[in-house]
Structures are given as C-alpha cells and as structure tokens.
Design a protein around this ligand. Structure first.
Ligand SMILES: Nc1ncnc2c1ncn2[C@@H]1O[C@H](COP(=O)(O)OP(=O)(O)O)[C@@H](O)[C@H]1O
Ligand SMILES: [Mg+2]
Length: 232
C-alpha cells in the first residue's frame, strides 16, 4: 500500500507568549491510500487545525509533513495551491454553499480553479454523473437555499468530488444533520471509499467513527489512541 500522508512531530501554536495556544503537540500519523479514517476528539482538541494542515490550508509551526512522499515545505505557494486543488476535496459541517446559486452553479465553482483542461471540457457530464450518483440529479437547477440539510450536504460532497481528488477531507460532515440523514451521508462516504477514495472524516460522534476502518483519537493536540480494524 502507498503512504499518502506521513506526519512526524507536528506542532501548531497559535499566538505567542502568554496568549500562545498549543493546538497540536508533537503529533505523528500515517494514512495509506484507500483508507477510511476517523479523527475523533472533543471540541478544542485540535481536529480542525490538523485537517487544515493535512489539506495544505495551513502550515505547522514545526514538524514534517510528507504528502505522497514529498515534503510539502519544498512547495512554492503556487505549487502548493495546485497540489491542494488536485489532491483534496473538502466537505465542512455547514456545507458552505452559496444559497442564491443553483446546485449546478455551486458545483461549477471548483472547475474555475483546476488546471486540468480535460476536466473543464467534461464539466457538464461530470456534474450530471456525480449528482446522479448522489441521488440529487433532479435538483440540478434548484437554488441551494431550497434544499434540506441532507440534500445540501450531498451538494457539498458533489462539489468536493467533481475534480476527482485523491483524498476527501470532511470536517464534522454530519454535525448539522439528524441521525437518519447522518447515516445516509456516512453511507455515501463508505461507497466512495469502496470505489477507491481515501477518506478522512473528523467527528466527535463515536457512531459516525464506528463506520470507519481506522479511528485516530486526539486530545489536547496529541494522539491518544490509534485503532485499525485490520490490526486488532
Ligand atoms: N486561528 C486561531 N487562533 C487562535 N487559536 C486558535 C485558532 N484556531 C484554533 N485555535 C485554538 O486551538 C485549539 C484547537 O482548535 P481546533 O483545531 O479548532 O479544535 P477542534 O476542531 O477539535 O474543535 C483550541 O484551543 C482553539 O481555541
Ligand atoms: Mg473543529
């Protein structure tokens, strides 16, 4: 198996002096291609900070991060942005959709950032196929504001998927959903994982985490347990 993410002794400190917050403390982890991992921890434990560093949205204060065997410190800002767009699809708790836009317009957004000409050419077909896979093709021309929470999260997942990322990073993707809808959303992630996507889901819900093959638990910016279904 290929190691996609390798972090060694990552620290992240916000602020300085007396007001310094040590959000991540010497955190090390490894994620292989094709894994479906849950990162669990209480509020304030450092989950979002970790996700932002994994997704190249933020930099650690110290420590090493190798993404696909390349030290991300060697990237220029431009290369890093390209790598972020090509590698990651982001899904967040509050969906981050533009309400006045239709489903299609929301999903078109990532195509503006991709350098891949083939993706741009196939845009309409990709959008339709993805919406069909997620069961919301009939909503393609509906304004995002008119959708239910579960439908909104499906749109957000479609938006994360259309540029064919290697890794889906989801930060509390079911945090705003009821139990039944949460299960439907986690089933979508499981399906995507079976199709080969590497998936990282941040959650504080043990039920959601139980659907993942690997569970990493963090507390005060440190890993306190790392369980792999296949190894126990
Ligand atoms: N931009 C920031 N500036 C200062 N402190 C921050 C910032 N972002 C997060 N923190 C602090 O870092 C710690 C970890 O936060 P976060 O990663 O958001 O945790 P979680 O996602 O697990 O709730 C918390 O104490 C939080 O208050
Ligand atoms: Mg968070």
């Amino acid at each position: 198996m290929k190691t996609m993410i390798q972090m060694n002794n990552i620290c992240k400190t916000y602020g300085t002096g007396e007001s310094a917050v040590h959000a991540l403390n010497n955190l090390s982890l490894e994620i292989q291609e094709g894994e479906m991992t849950a990162i669990m921890g209480a509020s304030g434990s450092g989950k979002s900070t970790l996700m932002n560093i994994i997704g190249l949205l933020d930099e650690p204060t110290s420590g090493d991060y190798q993404l696909n065997e390349i030290d991300v410190k060697t990237y220029s800002a431009k290369k890093k942005a390209q790598c972020r767009n090509a590698t990651f699809g982001f899904v967040v708790q509050d969906f981050a959709l533009i309400n006045e836009y239709t489903v299609k317009q929301n999903i078109e957004i990532p195509f503006t950032y991709t350098a891949d000409k083939k993706l741009k050419e196939d845009k309409d077909k990709i959008i339709r196929n993805t919406l069909e896979q997620l069961g919301i093709l009939n909503k393609i021309n509906v304004a995002a504001s008119k959708l239910s929470g579960g439908q909104r999260q499906r749109v957000a997942i479609a938006r994360a998927l259309v540029c064919n990322p290697d890794i889906i990073l989801a930060d509390e993707p079911t945090g705003a959903l009821d139990t039944k809808t949460s299960k439907e959303i986690i089933d979508i992630f499981s399906q995507l994982n079976e199709q080969g996507k590497t998936i990282i889901i941040i959650t504080h819900d043990p039920k959601i985490a139980s659907y993942c093959k690997k569970i990493i638990e963090i507390s005060d910016g440190k890993i306190i347990s790392n369980q792999n279904e296949t190894s126990n």
